[in-house]
Design a protein. Structure first.
Length: 303
């Protein structure tokens, strides 16, 4: 059987390349531990900021077979409470050999750094900078200009020794320049991509369905966009990429690895299939076997 064991560059050793993506969890240890028990190679927490946020009023989510549109509004209990949950998750997930990734956001580079400093006390393996949430009226969106990407990355690198992954948005031109800005500012990894801004409208009520009016789109329809983004970024930087967006099956995961990702984020899949990690891992093994790949790094782009 092919081996799913792999590395995220020099940062993490993973028993498989499937990483629970940020955002589908509640902000607690139990949901991260559940991901680890279900077979994730690593797990990522819901993003937190220093002070916490209530999130948007419902409805916050609409879905169909093609996509999920959500505008949770980054609800979280604040970085100190999250640090305590993360500490428990780090301890329990370590028993299963599963690294924990903490995700943070802020309304300024300084706030990102402060949140990173607090969650770092829980000793996560990696800290993700969520600079690309589509649902907070641009207050926490820093992924459209090289200067703002650099500023957040630098501030976080100065705040902690734990490696940093910068999570980029799909809806920007020159994604490779933004990824390069993160790398040049010291980022250790790129997570690509966040959800794509979208809208759903009730034509009878003549109103948007989500209270926030717009939301972030994920699910199967996002995959061609995420593959293109990861391909572009992988040509521009040397740091590893966590490829995320529309990964539902083992073939999707294989495609993402071929596009240039070192590991694969899995999020919306849980809305479409029970036992996603187990099923995706089995299917990925099958795709590899059928194509003569014995290890994850064999899933390379053929020029
Ligand atoms: C949130 C929603 C998203 O779709 C996303 O990518 C990040 C954050 C949120 O509103 O909490």
């Amino acid at each position: 059987m092919p081996s799913l064991e792999t590395n995220l560059g020099k940062l993490l050793k993973l028993k498989n390349p499937l990483i629970l993506a940020s955002g589908i969890n509640d902000s607690n240890a139990a949901s991260l531990i559940r991901g680890a028990k279900d077979g994730a190679g690593a797990v990522t927490s819901k993003s937190c900021n220093v002070k916490g946020r209530k999130g948007h009023d419902p409805p916050v989510l609409i879905s169909n077979e093609h996509y999920i549109l959500n505008a949770m509004g980054l609800p979280n209990p604040g970085a100190e409470k999250m640090r305590d949950e993360l500490a428990l998750a780090v301890k329990e997930c370590a028993k299963l050999g599963v690294p924990v990734i903490a995700s943070v956001f802020g309304e300024s580079a300084e706030e990102f750094a402060e949140a990173a400093q607090i969650v770092a006390e829980a000793k996560p393996a990696l800290i993700e900078a969520d600079i690309s949430c589509p649902n907070t009226m641009n207050k926490t969106f820093f992924s459209d200009k090289p200067e703002s990407v650099s500023a957040v990355t630098r501030a976080m690198k100065n705040a902690t020794k734990i490696p940093i992954s910068v999570k980029l948005a799909p809806n920007v031109p020159s994604l490779s320049l933004l990824a390069k800005a993160a790398e040049d500012a010291g980022a250790d990894c790129i997570t690509a991509i966040n959800t794509m801004p979208g809208m759903a409208i009730d034509p009878i009520a003549r109103r948007p369905i989500l209270t926030n009016k717009v939301g972030g789109m994920s699910g199967p329809a996002l995959k061609p966009i995420s593959l293109r983004c990861v391909y572009e970024i992988s040509r521009a930087v040397k740091i590893p990429i966590i490829g995320t967006g529309g990964i539902i099956t083992g073939s999707d995961a294989a495609e993402m690895l071929v596009a240039g990702a070192s590991a694969v984020g899995v999020g919306s899949a849980f809305y479409y299939r029970r036992n996603s990690f187990k099923l995706i891992a089995e299917e990925l093994e099958k795709v590899m076997k059928e194509n003569g790949c014995s290890k994850i790094s064999d899933l390379r782009f053929q020029e």
